[in-house]
Structure formats: C-alpha cells, structure tokens
Design a protein around this ligand. Sequence first.
Ligand code: HAM
Length: 420
Amino acid sequence: MSTFKAPKGTYDLLPPDSATYLAVREAIAAPLRGSGYGYIETPGFESVELFARGVGESTDIVTKEMYAFETKGGDRLALRPEGTASVLRAALEANLHKAGNLPVKLWYSGSYYRYERPQKGRYRHFSQVGAEAIGAEDPALDAELIILADQAYRSLGLLNFRILLNSLGDKECRPVYREALQTFLRGLDLDEDTLRRAEINPLRVLDDKRESVQKQLGDAPLLRDYLCDACKAYHEEVRELVTAAGVVFEDDPKLVRGLDYYTRTTFEFVHDGLGSQSAVGGGGRYDGLSEMIGGPALPSVGWALGVDRTVLALEAEGVELELPATTSVFAVPLGDEARRVLFAKVTEMRKNGVAADFAYGGKGLKAAMKAANRSGARYALILGERDIEQGVVQLKDLESGEQTAVGMNEIVAELESRLG
Ligand code: HAM
C-alpha cells in the first residue's frame, strides 16, 4: 500500500467490478442512442457563475457543495456538480438551437462532484448518464424521457424502483403558490435557518427530511391545487402518454428537487433497497434555464441517472449482469522461441478481431494455465518446442478440457470460426 488513499467520499472502480459500471453506463445510454440523442461531452469544470445562476444561488449544491476555486489566471471555476447547465451552455455557445432542428437531443456520461457528507450512495465524486432535449415544449418529449429511463432500468433487470411524478407549475402559477406556501410556513414552529429558507426558497422546505418539520407540513398547500390551466393540461397529457406506454408512476404532489431550474414536469426514480439515498435518478422540465444563463427562450426537459446508485440498486436486488468474458483466447508460450512465435500470433489474432491475451513474465505451464483460467478465456493456445518443430499449436477448450493440435497457419482462421 502506498501512503496515499482515495480522497474522502470517493472510491476507485477496479476490475472485475468496474465492468458492471461500464455495462450500466451502456445500458442507460442504449435507449437514448436509439431515440435520436447525440453524444455530447463538456469540460469537467465551468465558470462558478454558470452554476450559481443555473442551479440556483440558494441551493445546497451552490452554497455548500461546490468545489469552487480560483485559477492562477484569476478565473472563478467550479468542478461541475451536475450536467444540465453545462450542456445547455455548450448547445447555446455552438448555436445548436439555430440549426433549425428542435429539439436538440443530447446525451452525456461522466463524473460530477459535490462536497457532500459522504455515506452509502452519497459520494463526492460520482457518475451520471444524462439526457437533455432542448428547445421544444411538447408533453411527448417529457414522456419520451421518462419512458426511456424506465426502459434502461428494466433492461438491467431492475424491478424495485418507482417513478415519482409531479408538476412544479410555471412562471404564471408558481409565484402564487409560493406566496401561499410562505404564508403557511410563517405560521409554523420552525428554527431560524428553516424560516430563512422559507423566505428564499419555500419549496425546499417541503423536502426537509426532519420528522419535526415533516409533521407540521400535513396541511401545507399543494402546488397541484394552484396549477394554472395550461400547466394542468400539460401535466395531464404527460401522465396519459406515460400511462399509455405501460409505464407505471406515482403522483407525488410534494416532490421537489434540489435544483432551482425546474418548471412543470419533475420526476424522480427511487429504489426501495437503498436506504436514505434512494434517488437513483431524477429530472424534469427547465423552461426558464436558457434565459437564466443569457440565452433565448428554449423550453427543455432532461434527466440524469446516477451510475453509482444504479449499481447499488442492482446489488440490492441481487441482479448479476451477464458480462461476457473480455478475453476469448489466452496464449501460453513455453520457452523463448515459443514466446516470439506465439506473440506474433496473438498480434495477428487481435488484428482479426479475436480478443486475446498472453502469459507474460516467463511463467511455467502450471502458473500460465491458471492465468488462462482466470482470464475467462474460452480457449488456451499452448506452444512448446516440439509443437514448433511440428508446425502446430495446442488448442485447448477450457470449458470441455478437450485439446487438439492445429496447424500454425490454420489457427487464426480456426479460432475465428469457432468463436463465431
Ligand atoms: P440530481 O437529482 O441532482 O439531478 O442528480 C441525478 C442523480 O445523480 C441522482 O438521482 C443520484 O442518483 C445521482 N447523484 C447525485 N448526487 C450524488 C452523490 N453525491 N453521490 C452519488 N450519486 C449522486 C441532476 O443532477 C440534474 N442535472 C438532472 C437533470 C437533467 N435535470 C434535467 N436534466
């Protein structure tokens, strides 16, 4: 062990477990790729101001959890705590919205950073796969995203997740509700911090996890009862489209999110096997975000699913993904001449698309065969001095144990045909 450890709240992804993470990322991305979403990658850091304005000045993410720093050049930057603001910034900067093809549909996968109190499922470095559909107000788009996330989780074999759905209203009806909620909250027995939060962002108080607070919120006014006709009709249409797709959700009139940009449709995917960090993914509509960061009006919707928590959900359900072995053929040379000959064969195999590995380090037969078995390869190729003289190589099927001599010049074609 070295003197250094992974920083607090972080962990390393190591083989063989790391293969599950890759498979989860791929499984979440697959339905997006098949639905017109193009891949986008943005920098790991952005101007602090982008997140302050986008995610919200008063959110925990911006006030407490941002890794913000000043560069040697005097720029104020932050490691990205989320992806939506960055993706929208990039789309606006590249004028993707002016190409005459709205919505601009993008997906991404990467690392995010929040200085949170670490616990199971809550890390300071975590990984999301996300999707953003920019520049269209259409309930079918909201429905599409919910359906695609459901499809991704189901393709992984997850069953015990629930979809919570709510509408947060728009700039017409939300302010009216906000007032009503504020008036209600002022009458409660709340500590100073919470009362202050009620003044800045009263909806966040609804999300307070403390029993002492929750117990007073029973009669809180619900946004549902304040939605304007347009928001109500929009929400009803989203609900109908999702239902028609056979995707089951729960209406959660108290669902609020930790980011301020949401309008109308908001949703969260929660998994019941994860304890307190139960949100495996979340998202919603953010019709005002573009203008908040200096762009034109671009109603948009998106989500991000947490890869770390999705892996924990798989563990909680006891789902083992079927991950095919990465190595098909493991080559075992016995002696120096065999090493040269067999190494050339391995190179040739790889060029022909056969996944092959090699017993390095001059191992003896026993240790090398152990390595072959551990690699998960279906076949071992063993080459000794006598084989070289006879122009053959020993092909061993590691499943059946059967071994046959195959001509050196035929072996690559033979493996290609056996591996299909
Ligand atoms: P979020 O709900 O903050 O939304 O994060 C989405 C998911 O990222 C969470 O449900 C969770 O699985 C994962 N996650 C967040 N924080 C942590 C953490 N500290 N440790 C482990 N996993 C975590 C957003 O980030 C929005 N940008 C989603 C969105 C996209 N909305 C519209 N478009």
